[in-house]
Every structure is written in structure tokens, then in C-alpha cells.
Design a binder for this molecule. Sequence first.
Ligand SMILES: [Zn+2]
Length: 303
Amino acid sequence: MLKITHYGDVTRFDLARTLAGRGRYWTTAYLVDGTLVDTGCAHSAPELLEALRGMALARIVNTHTHEDHIGANGPLQRRAVGRSRPGRQDGLEILAHPLALPVLADPRERQPLHPYRRFMWGWPEPSRGQPVSDGAVIETPRYRFQVLYTPGHSSDHICLYEPRQGWLFTGDLFVGGQDRALRAGYDIWQIIASLKRVAALPATRLFPGSARVRDNPAQALEEKIAYLEALGERVSALHRQGRSVSEIVRALLGGPMLIEFITLGHFSRRRLVLSYLGKNDESSSRRTDRAGTGSGTEDSGEG
Ligand SMILES: [Zn+2]
């Protein structure tokens, strides 16, 4: 499913797999002055390609390599190669953080997907990227986008900032709401540090990787940072009192969430608490619970 919204020179594509006539787990791509920021998931790639037909497209910039942001890279690059001049193989330029390039080149090998991710978003096709690092400037005919390295949601995450327009493209660093869960591999303290970095910019409009566009970026970002820091302080305080991860989850994050069942605990309240405690890898959750004072067995469905 695909919806198009215009924000001046920025065209927003909301993209999702269609199930039972409805779009599920939406993600967002933006086209501005011939540059496409992210490309949605593999399931929505044919619709995005169709929507982009006839629009000028000079390059793609990927904010990060999660499968719901790179899904049309390969098909778009292939289509461009077919149209490029004889002898020119590059087709469509794709820019991403250096850490992203091996994932773009071989998503199946470098980013194995749990069944729920394959179902919701699908396997991306390989694509060829060029590195773009913190401090770089990406020029389009009318705009200049500054690249900011903003790890935490993933290690290869970047944001784009256009200072004259005040546009901030945050990928998945910022989405709205008060997080109660986190996915394995995210780093909540890095996320907070990256949020603080972009919150210091005098941005006037925030274009997130999902959720709605914000016209008061500083307020939205500061509210998010304040919530996450306050939650972190409460997690740390309970941890210092010797409370187990399970007890901290119950005390601070409420009851079970649908996303925990859908993802078989890959995305959970428990992962959020563990990340606050500095444990972001897949295996640490069970070790921590065994070491804790509470029973781990009742949480086995969470991670
Ligand atoms: Zn993501």
C-alpha cells in the first residue's frame, strides 16, 4: 500500500505491505529535489517504483539498513542501469554510512531476518552503495544536506539536515510516542546521545522514518529525550536496589504488549530494560535473568 503527501518540495511516500486490504507496519520514504531518502520494504517496492515513474531520481540516501528502509534499492538501481548510457554501470547512486555498505551488498548474509521481519517487510535485493560519513554534504540542484552520524537505533544510522530550509530527516532515530519496548541490538544510551545531537539543531520541520511529520522538532525531540532519560534513571535506581530485570519490567513498563508476541520477544519491554543496563546483545537477556533475584521462567515469552 502506498500513500503520497506533499510538504512543499518534499514528497512523502508512506509504504506498507497490504494484508486483508490494510497497510501494516508503515514505513516512510521521501523524495526531495531528485534525492530519495530511504526506499521502504521489499513488499512495497513495486508500488514505489510505479509511483516514481516519470519523477526525476538522481540518487538514494539510506538512513540505515533495516529492511523496511532499503527494500526498493535493488530494483531502482537495476532499472536505472537499464536506462544508463552504454558503458556506464553505476546506474543510480546510493549513499549510506560505511557500515551500511556490506549489508546493502548482501542483505541475506549480513542481516538475517526473523520470520516476523520476513513476513512484514521481506528480503531486500542487494544493491551497491557508496560511503557517506559524518560531516559530509550531499548536494542536490537546490539544496545541501548535512550528514550526521546518529548511531543507536542501528550502528549505521545517519540523519540528514538541510540548514537553509530547517529540514531534519531522522530515519528511525526519532519516532513519536513513549517507548515501552526495544529490539535486540539497539543501544538506548546511544539513541539518547544521538537524539541530543539532532535536538541541538535549529530545525523547523522533522521528517521521521515513520509516524507523522513534526513542525516543532525541538519540542518533540526534547520531550522524547526527557522521557527516555527519566525512564533510564528509574531503571538504574531499581537495579541498584537489587531488583531483577523481570521486576523492573513489571514495575516500570506495564503489562504485555502485542509486539512482544508478534516478534516472539525480539522486540520487548525486557530488551529496553536490558539496554538501559548496558546489555544489548542477543544472549545477555537470559544470563541476566538467571543472575537476578527474581524468577526468569515466567518471562520466557518475552525474550
Ligand atoms: Zn530501523
